[in-house]
Design a protein around this ligand. Structure first.
Ligand SMILES: CC(C)(COP(=O)(O)OP(=O)(O)OC[C@H]1O[C@@H](n2cnc3c(N)ncnc32)[C@H](O)[C@@H]1OP(=O)(O)O)[C@@H](O)C(=O)NCCC(=O)NCCS
Length: 197
């Protein structure tokens, strides 16, 4: 597998973010839950959209993708930050747009980027932190084999749970029968194999 191109999941595909995507993301509905306000992106003005794109675009220590559904609509963003190829580690982040959560897309997108992290980037572990109160996200991470490695207090004295997925667990999970929700589907076609999205 090479590192370029799109990544096909079960239902979603991930592709590198381009500036035009941000204009679509600016029209996403808001999360109303108090503890998900951080996931409402400030993209009202063109300057904010430019800044968001520059801040988030893929570079040496970051890979940022949009999540595209079966109909070609952008329904989320998922990425790896603090990417350290020598230590074999990166930090996962994801937002699925508010009106598309709870339909399996997040699980699929995370499974897909995990596949990319271990099979393409050859990482040893993927880490993340998640607000203790974020039950839906924690369910997804548990389901995919992440385990709790600690906790810490964040902004506003919110407790965050630290989680890690080790390569050994990933390898173990992919040996499970294909009916298992934890088996990854990882296909990285060549860039010319698909349209630009
Ligand atoms: C977290 C997130 C990425 C998950 O993606 P998603 O598409 O909503 O999740 P899925 O539909 O794939 O799976 C949700 C799972 O949580 C379960 N769930 C939903 N609400 C839940 C709740 N309140 N408590 C416990 N489990 C819950 C669902 O039943 C499902 O589990 P199942 O497959 O065993 O039935 C998405 O909800 C999101 O972007 N949320 C806002 C931003 C965010 O929290 N990002 C993560 C920060 S660490």
């Amino acid at each position: 597998m090479d590192e370029s191109g799109e990544i096909q999941g079960e239902r979603v595909r991930l592709r590198h973010m381009v500036r035009a995507d941000i204009d679509q993301m600016a029209r996403w509905p808001r999360f109303w839950e108090a503890d998900l306000q951080w996931a409402n992106l400030d993209l009202t003005f063109p300057g904010e959209r430019d800044a968001y794109f520059e801040r988030g675009r893929s570079n040496g220590t970051r890979r940022r993708f949009v999540v595209v559904d079966e109909r070609g609509e952008i329904i989320g963003t998922v990425g790896l930050r603090n990417l350290d190829l020598q230590r074999g580690e990166a930090t996962l982040g994801i937002i699925i747009r508010a009106d598309r959560v709870g339909k399996g897309y997040g699980t699929d997108a995370i499974q897909t980027i995990i596949c990319y992290a271990f099979d393409v980037l050859d990482l040893e572990r993927v880490i993340l932190d998640v607000a203790e109160s974020n039950r839906r996200a924690r369910r997804v991470y548990d389901k995919l084999g992440f385990v709790v490695s600690g906790s810490h207090l964040g902004v506003g004295a919110i407790t965050y749970v630290d989680m890690v997925l080790d390569r050994s667990v990933y390898d173990q999970n992919r040996r499970l029968p294909s009916s298992s929700a934890t088996e990854p589907e990882c296909q990285v076609p060549s860039p010319r194999g698909r349209g630009s999205g």
